[in-house]
Design a protein around this ligand. Structure first.
Ligand code: GDP
Ligand code: MG
Length: 440
């Protein structure tokens, strides 16, 4: 995948004290291949490489003391820019209700995202959304939305499947005004492929509903196809934003990288799972560092803050940024992580850990976490604070005490070191930047 490919390229120059023009060119070749392999749009790749190259052979890199890191920084910044730069918020109408129309192909995740978005708006913005079932074609589509609405205790507007979507949209908005719902989210029908009939109907709904936001829902797993879909929906409907779904899956990342530049509309949200609370505002800079394999520290910290007390989360953040992160902190973090939900998702966000997740033979599961925990708990106080004292005989003792093998212990020590190195790199890159932001 893109992440692994870029990572190994980055690894080559990470430690380099000096980077020549030839080094940069070699690297850019690798990055270009990685991006094409990840299904990033051809034109997008070409422009991207040109921009990075120009900056990377420039003074800012060649004259710097850490050229390897500078190149990574440039790639990271340009990846961020490619995905829109700043995080883009959902529209708010001057006069409520704000009307949001969800469009996209069948199976992209429109209905699920309609519910997720409503949940997000209520939870994070204190809104009172109404869901509108305007997919009258797919069997059980109305039922699906009603079930989700019930689960969230939110109103779902429906007129059955014998009334046109245009009329449903119109009456829903009227009802929302009466009931003082401040958001109306219209779930529309999709097709397997784009066709004129579908587009015509969506245009009619648009005309009547006058949406403040038309969100195109695209399945990130479909790669290059997602880009073509986005392009034609945009031509026909003038979309205002994109929701990328199924980013939790084994996607090649290409869609995230090209959708924004091809349609010139921002990616506003990312679907990270099937559950109603698995929708996240899309942060370009976090996605970029995730792609580069730096882990997504900020999202992790946000989750920690929502679930653990804030002081602890701040302390954790400080430690991750500085270097005084020990096995004691690691243990404490494991405990917190365990109380936060899906383990592999969270571990994937931890620096260094996404590599572990990517390696199929090292699937993160509760059993493995148990093993890791046992190893750390078998260390002495001194060993936890300063793992460098753990020599061969200590390793034997720890393995025995934890009921694991010496290889298990070695592996964990190695991973811990890698993680610290990664953190150090991130911290170095952050020097001279504003506090409280990602170090890029
Ligand atoms: P629609 O045809 O566009 O309305 O698509 P649905 O909302 O019915 O979703 C199609 C399938 O994709 C369902 O099984 C959803 O649970 C699943 N799905 C939607 N969003 C996500 C996501 O972000 N992650 C994962 N893993 N599955 C998703
Ligand atoms: Mg649907």
């Amino acid at each position: 995948g893109l992440a692994e490919r870029l990572q190994s390229t980055m690894q080559k120059i990470r430690g380099k004290g000096k980077v020549s023009e030839a080094d940069v060119k070699e690297m850019m070749r690798e990055v270009r291949l990685a991006l094409l392999e990840a299904d990033v749009n051809f034109k997008v790749v070409k422009e991207f490489i040109a921009r990075v190259k120009e900056r990377a052979i420039g003074q800012e890199v060649l004259k710097s003391l850490t050229p390897g890191q500078q190149v990574i920084k440039v790639v990271n910044e340009e990846l961020t820019a490619l995905m829109g730069g700043e995080q883009s918020k959902i529209a708010v109408a001057n006069k409520p209700p704000t009307v949001v129309m969800m469009v996209g192909l069948q199976g992209a995740g429109k209905t699920t995202t309609t519910a997720k978005l409503a949940n997000h708006l209520r939870k994070k913005h204190n809104r009172t959304p109404m869901l509108v079932a305007a997919d009258i074609y797919r069997p059980a589509a109305i039922k699906q939305l009603e079930t989700l609405g019930k689960q969230l205790s939110m109103p779902v507007f429906s007129l059955g499947d014998q009334v046109s979507p245009v009329q449903i949209a119109e009456e829903a908005i009227k009802k929302a005004k009466e009931e003082h719902n401040d958001y109306v989210i219209i779930d529309t029908a999709g097709r397997l492929h784009i066709d004129e009939e579908l587009m015509d109907e969506l245009k009619q709904v648009k005309e009547i509903a006058k949406p403040d936001e038309i969100l195109l829902v695209v399945d990130a797993m479909t790669g290059q196809d997602a880009v073509n879909v986005a392009e034609s929906f945009n031509e026909q409907l003038d979309i205002t934003g994109v929701v990328l779904t199924k980013l939790d899956g084994d996607t090649r990342g290409g869609a995230a990288l090209s959708v924004k530049s091809v349609t010139n509309t921002p990616i506003k949200f990312a679907g990270m799972g099937e559950k109603v609370d698995q929708l996240e505002p899309f942060h370009p800079e976090r996605m970029a560092s995730r792609i580069l394999g730096m882990g997504d520290v900020l999202t992790l910290i946000e989750k920690a803050q929502a679930n653990v007390d804030e002081e602890k989360a701040r302390e954790l953040e400080r430690k991750m940024r500085t270097m005084d992160f020990t096995f004691d902190d690691f243990l404490e973090q494991l405990d917190q992580v365990k109380s936060m939900g899906p383990l592999d998702e969270l571990l994937g966000m931890m620096p260094g850990m996404n590599k572990v997740k990517g390696m199929k033979n090292l699937q993160v599961d509760d059993k493995q976490i148990g093993r890791v925990e046992a190893i750390v708990r078998s260390m002495t106080k001194q060993e936890k604070q300063d793992p460098s004292v753990i020599n061969a005989s200590r390793r034997r003792r720890i393995a025995k005490g934890s009921g694991t093998s010496i290889q298990d212990v070695n592996r964990l020590l190695k991973q811990f070191e890698d993680m610290k190195k990664m953190m150090k790199q991130m911290t170095n890159m952050g020097k001279g930047k504003k506090k409280g932001k990602m170090p890029f």
